[in-house]
Design a protein. Structure first.
Length: 645
C-alpha cells in the first residue's frame, strides 16, 4: 500500500515517455512518405482517376517550377498556409508519375535568379502594402511552357484541375479543332472606328471561348458558310438565328460524315436584350427547325420552361427587388442525370429563360436527357417570362411532367435534305440543251451520289441545349479584383458543363473527371421541394382571394358609373342611398380581402423561413445532441456494471 503512490508516479511518467517516443517516431516515418486521409464527400483532396491516368501515360520528363515567396514578414498568413497544401498536391503528382514529374521550388526574392525566372515564366506579381510577392507555377515540356500566373486560394477546389490541365497542354502535339458558328459576337467584336470614337470599346471573346483557346484550335466559321472544313473535329453552333439552307446543308453533311455537334438554342437570349428595350417584345429566338424535324424533335422556340422546384429569388433588372422567378431555374442534382461522365459530378447549373425539347427521335437515333426540369414545371409565354414574372407565379400550373433542358442524340442520322444540296438564292437557272436518256445516264454516272449523303456514313453525336445565356459571362463567372489583379471565379457549374461537353465530344474524358469533382455547393433539396409545395398551397388560396378582390373592384366600378344625375344634367352627380350602402359594403370587402391577401403572403414567407430554420437547427444541433446521448448512455452502462459488481 505504501508503494502505490510511487508506482503510480513511475508508471505515469513511463507512459508519457512512451507516448512521446511513439509521436516522434510516427513523425519521422511520416516525413519520408506523406499520407493524407480525405473525409470530404467529393474526394476533393484525393487525386482523381483521370489525373492518375494522365500521369501514368507520361513517358518524358515534365518540370514544374513552383514560385512562392517564403518571407513570413511580407507573405499573408492565409497564402503561407495555402503554400503547404499546394506542395502536398505537387508531392502526390510526383509520386504517381513514376518519376516523370519533377518539381522545382523557387523563392523569387528581389534581385535573385528566381525572380528573373518568375518574370520569364510570366508569373503575376502581387502588390502588398510593403512588398511584392509571388504565388504561381509554370509547367515545361521540351521547349513548351504553360503558366498558371497566380494560384488563387479561392480556386483551391480547382487546383488539381489547373495543374493537370497545364500538364496536358504542354504534352499535347496537335490541338483538336473546334469550329464555331454563331449569330452573336461570342468570338469578340471587330474594332469599329466609329464606335471607338464614341468611347465604346469592342467586346472581347466570351470567357468560355478564352477557355477553349487554351486546349483547342478554335476557328470561327461564317454563318453563311456552304461547307465545313474536314479538319473540324467538333462543330459548335451558338444562337442560330435564321441560318440559310446552304449553311444548314453544310451542317447536315458534316454530321452525316461522322461529325460531332454541340448546339445552343434559346427562346429568349437575355444578353441580347438591350436595357432600353426590356419593355418591348422579346428578341428573335434561335432554332434549327429543319434539322430537328428530320431527327424527330421539336424545340419550343416561343416558350420558356419555368420550374417552381428550382426557382430562387433573383432580379433580371438592375436595381429591382429580387423575387421568386421560376423562369430562371437553378437546376440541382435532382434535375441532372447521374451516371454520365459529363454531368455525374455537377452540382448546380443556372439557366436563364431556357427553352425545352419534345418528341421522340427517328429510328436509328437514341436520346439521352442530360438535364431536365422537375414535375413542378410548365411551358410559359416568352413575353411573360421576360416582362411579367409575377403573373407567371400567380397563374402557374404545373404540368406534372419532366421536360429536358439539354439532351444528347447518338446513332445514325438521316439527312434533312433528301433532294440534295439546295440552290443558293443568287443562283440562276442555266438553260441546257436537251439531253437524251443515254446522255443523262452517262452524266449521272460521272456525278457520284457521294456529293450528297442521305444518311450517316458512320455514327454521329449531337448535344442540344435550350439556353445560351448560361455561358454568357454575366451568368457563369464573377470577376474579382485582388491585389490589383482581375481574377475570375466560376459561378455554379455552367462553365464546367460546357467544357465537359466539348471535351466529351472531342474524346478526352479524363479532364472531365478532374474538373467536375470540384463542386462544393450542396443545396437543401428537401427544402426546395417543401418550399415548392408550400407555394402551391398558398398560391391556390391567393388566387381565390384575388378573384374575390377583382369581383369587388368590378362591382365598385359599376356602382360608380350608375350615378343619378340632377335635372340640369350638370357634372355634379350623386348616388342613391341603396347604392351608397352597397358601395360601402364592397369597399369594406375589398379592404378585408386585401388584408387577407397580405396575410397569405406573410404566411408563405413565414412557412418557408420556418422550414429553412428548422433544417439548419437540426443540422447544427444533431451532432451535439448525439454526443450528449452517447455520453449519457455510457455513464448509465458504467454505473450498471459497477452496481453489478
Amino acid at each position: 500500500m505504501k508503494n502505490r503512490p510511487f508506482d503510480f508516479f513511475v508508471f505515469s511518467t513511463l507512459g508519457i515517455v512512451v507516448c512521446l517516443v511513439v509521436v516522434v517516431f510516427a513523425n519521422v516515418v511520416a516525413s519520408f512518405k506523406k499520407v493524407r486521409i480525405d473525409f470530404t464527400a467529393e474526394g476533393l483532396f484525393t487525386l482523381s482517376e483521370g489525373t492518375r491516368q494522365i500521369l501514368e501515360e507520361l513517358d518524358t520528363q515534365v518540370q514544374i517550377r513552383f514560385y512562392a515567396t517564403r518571407d513570413d514578414r511580407i507573405m499573408p498568413p492565409h497564402l503561407k498556409t495555402y503554400i503547404g497544401r499546394v506542395e502536398d498536391l505537387l508531392s502526390e503528382l510526383v509520386e504517381k508519375s513514376n518519376g516523370f514529374v519533377e518539381v522545382q521550388k523557387l523563392d523569387p526574392e528581389p534581385d535573385s535568379d528566381a525572380a528573373d525566372s518568375a518574370v520569364l515564366d510570366q508569373m503575376t506579381p502581387l502588390q502588398t502594402p510593403t512588398d511584392t510577392i509571388y504565388l504561381g507555377l509554370a509547367v515545361s515540356f521540351l521547349q513548351k511552357t504553360v503558366s498558371v500566373p497566380y494560384l488563387d486560394p479561392n480556386r483551391e477546389v480547382h487546383l488539381e484541375y489547373d495543374l493537370i490541365r497545364a500538364i496536358t497542354q504542354v504534352i499535347a502535339e496537335d490541338k483538336p479543332v473546334i469550329g464555331v458558328i454563331s449569330s452573336v459576337p461570342i468570338m469578340g467584336e471587330a474594332p469599329n472606328p466609329m464606335m471607338m470614337r464614341m468611347g465604346r470599346q469592342p467586346q472581347g471573346p466570351w470567357f468560355i471561348i478564352q477557355q477553349l483557346h487554351a486546349d483547342f484550335d478554335v476557328r470561327e466559321i461564317n454563318v453563311t458558310t456552304e461547307s465545313i472544313d474536314e479538319e473540324v473535329d467538333v462543330l459548335l453552333i451558338v444562337h442560330p438565328q435564321d441560318l440559310g439552307d446552304q449553311t444548314l446543308y453544310a451542317v447536315d453533311q458534316f454530321l452525316l460524315q461522322g461529325g460531332k455537334l454541340l448546339t445552343l438554342m434559346d427562346p429568349v437570349a437575355l444578353f441580347d436584350v438591350p436595357p432600353n428595350q426590356m419593355g418591348q417584345s422579346p428578341p428573335t429566338p434561335s432554332d434549327l427547325e429543319k434539322l430537328l424535324s428530320a431527327w424527330g424533335l421539336e424545340f419550343h422556340a416561343d416558350k420558356v420552361l419555368a420550374d417552381m422546384t428550382f426557382a430562387k429569388e433573383v432580379s433580371l433588372v438592375a436595381n429591382q427587388p429580387q423575387t421568386i422567378n421560376p423562369s430562371v431555374p437553378f437546376v440541382s442534382t435532382t434535375g441532372i442525370k447521374q451516371g454520365e461522365v459529363v454531368t455525374d459530378l455537377l452540382d448546380e447549373v443556372l439557366f436563364v429563360l431556357p427553352g425545352s425539347f419534345s418528341g421522340d427521335p427517328v429510328e436509328g437515333l437514341e436520346k439521352t436527357v442530360l438535364l431536365h426540369s422537375s414535375e413542378q414545371s410548365s411551358l410559359v409565354s416568352s413575353f411573360f417570362a421576360l416582362h411579367s414574372n409575377q403573373q407567371i407565379v400567380d397563374e402557374f400550373k404545373a404540368e406534372g411532367i419532366e421536360r429536358p433542358y439539354a439532351l444528347r442524340l447518338t446513332g445514325t442520322f438521316p439527312t434533312a435534305f433528301p433532294d440534295g444540296r439546295p440552290q443558293s438564292e443568287d443562283e440562276e437557272d442555266i438553260d441546257r440543251p436537251e439531253e437524251t436518256e443515254e446522255e443523262g445516264a452517262e452524266e449521272g454516272a460521272e456525278t457520284p451520289a457521294e456529293e450528297s449523303l442521305t444518311e450517316s456514313a458512320e455514327p454521329g453525336m449531337v448535344v442540344l441545349i435550350g439556353d445560351v445565356d448560361f455561358i454568357y459571362d454575366a451568368f457563369c463567372i464573377q470577376v474579382q479584383n485582388i491585389f490589383g489583379q482581375q481574377l475570375v471565379q466560376k459561378r455554379h457549374n455552367n462553365v464546367d458543363l460546357f467544357q465537359n461537353l466539348v471535351e466529351y465530344l472531342v474524346g478526352d474524358n479524363r479532364l472531365i473527371q478532374v474538373r467536375s469533382r470540384a463542386t462544393m455547393n450542396r443545396p437543401f433539396l428537401v427544402i426546395q421541394k417543401m418550399r415548392a409545395e408550400a407555394m402551391e398551397r398558398h398560391r391556390e388560396e391567393e388566387a381565390e382571394l384575388k378573384e374575390e378582390l377583382q369581383e369587388a373592384i368590378n362591382r365598385i366600378n359599376e356602382l360608380q358609373q350608375q350615378r343619378v344625375f340632377g335635372q340640369d344634367q350638370q357634372n355634379l352627380s350623386v348616388l342613391s342611398s341603396e347604392q351608397k350602402e352597397e358601395l360601402s359594403k364592397y369597399n369594406e370587402q375589398r379592404a378585408e380581402i386585401s388584408q387577407k391577401l397580405k396575410q397569405v403572403r406573410r404566411n408563405l414567407r413565414k412557412d418557408i423561413d420556418s422550414l429553412e430554420n428548422w433544417l439548419k437547427l437540426a443540422n447544427i444541433a444533431a451532432v451535439p445532441v448525439l454526443i450528449a446521448f452517447i455520453g449519457i448512455f455510457t455513464v448509465i452502462v458504467k454505473r450498471n456494471r459497477t452496481a453489478a459488481r
